[in-house]
Design a protein around this ligand. Structure first.
Ligand SMILES: [Zn+2]
Length: 173
């Protein structure tokens, strides 16, 4: 049974271990090859309402899935794309952002102030990659991936917005 959002588990660690025992008991995918079968990488936001594999119908072993706050083409996302392409044979990148993203709700100055208040650390000048325009954020990340010297020239890059209220994706780039 899926827990309601208000029903926070008292001991998630124990729950995870019980869940994994059930998962492993039925596991049948232990002989898949390392390279993704569909030669593609999906870069998606970490949002808990977005399950890229379910949204796009990605089977186990089919694609790399890189996730971060916003699904942004950050330096670390580019690092993963470079490893995925050069060592594991992927040729396409699919970027998935989504409606109601937390990255639409703050500015760099605001999160820097909160980190300073809560943690006493000065991160002024650091870019946490928030964005004010959802569709533009997808177009920007598609452009960053296409322009990166660490990404193979001619790589197919698609960009989507996932609607967390309908389950549908919309092609943006
Ligand atoms: Zn998000």
């Amino acid at each position: 049974m899926a827990a309601a959002s208000s029903d926070v588990p008292q001991d998630l660690h124990s729950e995870f271990l019980r869940n994994n025992a059930d998962f492993a008991a039925k596991f049948e995918d232990g002989s898949l090859p390392l390279p993704p079968a569909r030669q593609a990488l999906v870069l998606a936001c970490m949002d808990a309402r977005l399950h890229p594999e379910k949204v796009l119908g990605i089977r186990i072993g089919a694609c790399h899935c890189v996730r971060n706050a916003g699904g942004r083409a950050s330096d670390d996302a580019i690092r993963s794309i470079a490893i995925s392409q050069r060592l594991l044979g992927t040729k396409e990148v699919h970027i998935v952002h989504h409606t109601d993203c937390g990255m639409l709700t703050f500015t760099n100055d605001q999160i820097a102030a909160k980190i300073k208040t809560d943690l006493g650390v000065d991160v002024a000048g650091r870019d946490f990659l928030p964005f004010p325009d959802l569709d533009q954020s997808v177009r920007d990340d598609v452009a960053i991936v296409k322009a990166s010297p660490l990404v193979a020239p001619g790589t197919v890059v698609h960009g989507y917005v996932y609607d967390v209220t309908t389950g549908k994706v919309r092609v943006v780039a």
